[in-house]
Design a binder for this molecule. Structure first.
Ligand SMILES: Cc1ncc(C[n+]2csc(CCOP(=O)(O)OP(=O)(O)O)c2C)c(N)n1
Length: 367
């Protein structure tokens, strides 16, 4: 026969366990210890409170621009929950909840957002890369880190995050191909939040799903309700175990929604309406998880109110400390940005330093 199917490409599955009313599919419900459920809930709620606080700080002119996470807490915590401290987190720029889960301090996040290099210094023992603004470049960093991990014979894995917009970048495709062909222990978590600034998903790709893009690279692709922490947890566990035990990368698409502005420099009323957003308010990842936890008798309204108050007080205290530090700090020499990021000089960094030093000199000479 001159034309025949070469291969059955398989089916992309969509997993949902906790629906938007908080009802659970008993057959699929994972057996997660109660303490872990509560810890994940705490991280999601704290992430939400932190995000709200950060938005206020930006609106008051105290910090610079940032990318809010509202609505995407389940996608981040459900995935990051499987990382061991020695695993690697390679974020984009919208993963504050995951970064805090890994140990990032509010003070450092705020110092960075206020423009101080001290906030972006990588602690000696951390295996978290700093946030990465050039869209999709972090995916190649993640593949490289995974390659190094494998080369060293370590059993640590890499988890990297990206948006739906990032899948239109060449770096995304190179990273998936490289990881697939070299059998790298990496999990690509796509937070498909339906928007890349003002560009809706329908204009981003003709593909029905993001997960199916994995098929082209011969790696597993999974799609989950990204606002369902249980579904994200189950799928991410599968992906992390596969990366660790079999050195097989996975593309995990979490279908979610960007409830807030793209960044604080954006005005979404110019390109989407309340009718677009309203259905997603009902799908909020935190309230549905709370319904589930209440049904299990693990939390009640009084506890929730207390948690919010505790977080609010802690954030107030943390901001006071950050402010005191800002007063002590001199914005200083812009060259310091290199010191915060690189442990040693590499030839291309030396070159960039020389270029930047010259440029600063020229700019200063011209006032
Ligand atoms: C290489 C590159 N091109 C363009 C931009 C400007 N930019 C910043 S965020 C963004 C959209 C990213 O969308 P997506 O990947 O879906 O992530 P989201 O912002 O929704 O989390 C663009 C185009 C950039 N930062 N880097």
């Amino acid at each position: 026969m001159p034309r025949h199917a070469v291969e059955r490409l398989g089916t992309v599955t969509h997993l949902s366990i906790l629906d938007e009313t908080g009802a659970v599919d008993k057959a699929l419900e994972p057996d997660i210890p109660e303490t872990d459920l509560l810890e994940m809930h705490r991280a999601m709620l704290y992430g939400r409170c932190f995000d709200e606080r950060m938005l206020k700080l930006q609106r008051q002119g105290r910090i610079g621009t940032f990318a809010p996470i509202k609505g995407q807490e389940a996608a981040q915590i459900g995935a990051a929950a499987h990382l061991r401290p020695s695993d690697w987190l390679v974020p984009s720029f919208r993963e504050i909840a995951a970064q805090i889960w890994r140990g990032a301090k509010p003070r450092d996040i705020w110092l960075f957002a206020a423009g101080y290099n001290e906030g972006v210094a990588i602690p000696e023992d951390a295996r978290d890369l700093p946030l990465c603004v050039p869209v999709a470049t972090q995916l190649l960093h993640a593949a490289g880190v995974a390659y190094a991990t494998k080369y060293r014979g370590e059993d640590d894995i890499v988890m990297t995050f990206h948006g739906d917009g990032a899948t239109s970048e060449g770096d995304f495709h190179e990273a998936l191909n490289f990881s697939g062909v070299l059998d790298l222990p990496v999990v690509f978590v796509c937070q498909n939040n339906q928007w890349a600034i003002s560009l809706p998903l329908a204009k981003q790709t003709r593909s029905k799903t993001i997960a199916q893009k994995a098929v082209a690279y011969g790696i597993p692709g999974l799609r989950v309700d990204g606002n369902d922490i249980l579904a994200v947890w189950v799928a991410a566990k599968e992906a992390v175990d596969r990366a660790r035990n079999e050195q097989i990368p996975t593309l995990l698409e979490c279908v979610t929604y960007r409830m807030e502005v793209h960044t604080t420099a954006d005005d979404p009323t110019r390109y989407r309406t309340e009718d677009d957003v309203a259905p997603w308010r009902k799908r909020d990842p935190i309230s549905r998880f709370e319904t589930y936890l209440k049904a299990k008798g693990l939390i009640d309204d009084k506890t929730l109110k207390g948690m919010r108050e505790t977080f609010r007080d802690a954030l107030k205290h943390d901001w006071q400390e950050t402010q005191e530090r800002i007063e002590e700090l001199d914005a200083g020499d812009p060259m310091g940005i290199f010191d915060a990021l690189y442990a040693q000089d590499y030839p291309h960094i030396t070159e960039q330093k020389a270029y930047f030093r010259e440029r600063l000199k020229r700019e200063r000479a011209h006032g």
